[in-house]
Design a protein around this ligand. Structure first.
Ligand SMILES: C[S@@+](CC[C@H](N)C(=O)[O-])C[C@H]1O[C@@H](n2cnc3c(N)ncnc32)[C@H](O)[C@@H]1O
Length: 280
């Protein structure tokens, strides 16, 4: 089967370090869990037959759901064709502002909301996803005169993968998703990044601060004690080194494209942490 690729550009997307991540994947495992799925780079690369995928971003998970329903999927593509044809700065803000009135926004069909999410991702500045305290999308126009919102063949491949395998799609907090994880399962955590100097860390209206990193480390430990294979990626910060000092910490260099501060783009050290080792 053809390999699917991420259909959105996502802050922290793992396409650039996919080969590094693949070095640490256990040779065999039962269910694959990815509680911070974002664009799903590793999921699509591994294409496991049984997986639980999750993200706290409701609009993003709605897109994955729509892709599982053939008729909604086709309707979403028709809306996207229409958005591409009408694309302009004024049109971008018209679509972006649809979440200002929650009554009308909640009445939109799921496929129209999915199209809006994909369109905003492709047409906004740098593919960022950011909402304000009222949960309103607030990334400015990306200044592209033309946008290609989707690759039809890739979306079909994504849809086939999601529907022809046993893939559970959830929209919860990461901790709730892992209650059923058992010995022999594999969990990959790609949380919002920690930072030693508090640069861009807020992905959702809730944000993900130091306390959340600590809560995640506790969950990591509980899974480890159950015999689950656990892998986590993050920045190479003081807190992350402290929280995972009992595990295997592999340092890698990654090139980051998404950053709120253009000057800070470039090479940032990342770590891949595992509770297991591979003999290869
Ligand atoms: C680094 S991104 C994941 C990138 C992804 N692996 C990729 O390759 O595109 C982190 C994700 O965590 C999600 N998130 C933030 N807080 C969360 C929480 N408490 N539970 C679940 N997901 C959360 C964000 O919405 C964001 O999509």
């Amino acid at each position: 089967m053809l390999k699917a690729k991420p259909f959105v550009k996502w802050a922290g997307g793992k396409r650039q370090i996919i080969d590094e991540l693949k070095k640490y994947i256990p040779d065999e495992f039962n269910t694959y869990y990815e509680p911070f799925i974002g664009g799903g780079a590793l999921l699509f690369e591994l294409a496991p037959k049984k997986a639980v995928i999750n993200d706290s971003n409701a609009e993003l998970m709605n897109v994955y759901q729509v892709l599982c329903d053939d008729s909604k999927f086709k309707k979403m593509c028709r809306v996207l064709n229409n958005y591409e044809a009408n694309h302009s700065e004024e049109f971008f803000y018209e679509i972006r502002n649809k979440d200002k009135n929650k009554n009308t926004f909640n009445r939109l069909s799921d496929y129209t909301r999915a199209a809006r999410t994909i369109y905003l991702n492709k047409a906004c500045f740098n593919g960022l996803y950011r909402v304000n305290s009222k949960n309103e999308f607030n990334v400015p126009f990306g200044k592209k005169s033309k946008v290609n919102t989707y690759d039809g063949n890739n979306l079909i491949t994504v849809s086939n993968y999601l529907t022809m395998n046993d893939i559970k799609i959830l929209n919860k907090d990461f901790e709730e998703v892992l209650k059923d994880a058992k010995k022999g399962d594999f969990v990959y955590f790609d949380p919002p990044y920690d930072s030693d100097n508090n640069i861009f860390t807020s992905y959702t209206e809730e944000g993900f601060g130091k306390d959340e990193q600590r809560r995640l480390a506790k969950v990591f430990k509980e899974l480890d004690q159950k015999g689950v294979y656990v892998m986590l990626s993050n920045h190479n910060t003081t807190l992350i080194n402290e929280l995972y000092k009992d595990y295997h910490i592999h340092v890698i260099e990654a090139k980051r494209n998404i950053n709120s501060n253009g000057k800070k783009r470039g090479k940032v050290e990342e770590v891949i942490i595992t509770n297991f080792t591979k003999n290869n």
